[in-house]
Design a protein around this ligand. Sequence first.
Ligand code: DQA
Length: 144
Amino acid sequence: MRILVLSGPNLQLLGTREPQRYGSLTLDAIHARLQALGLELAVDVDVGQSNHEGVLVDRIAAASGVYAGIVLNAGAYTHTSIALRDALLAVAIPFVEVHLSNVAARESFRQHSYLSDIAAGVVFGFGAESYSIGLRGLVEKLKG
Ligand code: DQA
């Protein structure tokens, strides 16, 4: 089973970006943790990040037939992108929406997601652990 972990804009800055909010781990360190967790769960974990909406749409389209599931932190595109929603609906790959911060406790514009209602699950507020919890939950669901 192959799982894609995909992150959106500004998440390449993790480690230095608002560390009080997002923690001090880099995205590379989070990816390494997820790959280790993948070994434990007996799934292959591939990772990706882009700041560009169209690149993320392309990565999702290319995931069809390759990945059993996607762990997605779409960053700010969560709150704006009908294109990402449509890409996820088109491939119909089960995905988990994750966020490091507790988006429900932040600005009102972050409290709407174009993705949550079509996600297999949503995890937010646990820092880097949100990705790990999301990966575990997704694999559990996929293995049924
Ligand atoms: C985020 C939350 C988003 O609102 C924000 O735009 C991000 C990061 C998170 O992981 O907490 O870039 O997705």
